[in-house]
Design a protein around this ligand. Structure first.
Ligand SMILES: [Ca+2]
Length: 180
């Protein structure tokens, strides 16, 4: 296992104008994958504009791995129907959480990521400094489907790293050396 760099808390806010897979609506849920990790939101019945407002936590070992989302319609008597997919790169967000923005005004935009042919952003995605933390909001346009967008928010949870432990061990050694 690689070193754990931190936890990525992904708040799946809502789906907008999702595809219809039953007679008049869908029963959507979202699967989130990063590497071998797989997480799921709950199913919201008969709603193509679902408000999940649900937090999923990914362990980040390699920030180069994309986060992938798949939306499905839950069916009771057949396989769940696909309702599109999207992915995003956490590298710009990961770079921002490693910097120190203390003293900057609350809500300030650190970086703005624009929609392009390579990403799934439906509009510009802002990385902001909010309440002393770096957060990113994004609207992803689902692909391989006729319509639908997913709104997300990212937060970072730091964990004590093994590197800082090694640093404190070596500095205490240096203090001991003159005595010897
Ligand atoms: Ca269904």
């Amino acid at each position: 296992m690689d070193r754990v760099l931190g936890l990525l808390r992904l708040r799946v806010l809502r789906g907008v104008n999702l595809a219809i897979r039953d007679f008049y609506s869908s029963d959507p849920y979202v699967i989130v994958r990063m590497g071998k990790q797989k997480l799921k939101t709950r199913v919201i019945k008969k709603n193509v504009n679902p408000e999940w407002n649900e937090e999923l936590t990914l362990i980040v070992e390699d920030p180069a791995l994309p986060v992938k989302l798949e939306v499905y319609d839950r069916d009771r008597f057949s396989f769940d129907d696909p309702m599109g997919e999207a992915e995003f790169d956490i590298q710009p967000y990961f770079e921002a959480v490693q910097m120190d923005f203390k003293g900057l005004p609350d809500g300030i935009i650190i970086r703005k990521l624009l929609p392009n042919r390579q990403n799934c952003f439906a509009e510009g995605s802002d990385i902001r400094w909010v309440n002393g933390k770096v957060s990113q909001e994004m609207i992803l346009r689902l692909k391989n489907v006729e319509c639908g967008e997913i709104q997300l928010q990212l937060h970072w949870i730091s964990i004590p790293s093994s590197t800082s432990f090694e640093v404190s061990v070596s500095s205490s050694k240096q203090q001991v050396d003159p005595v010897l």
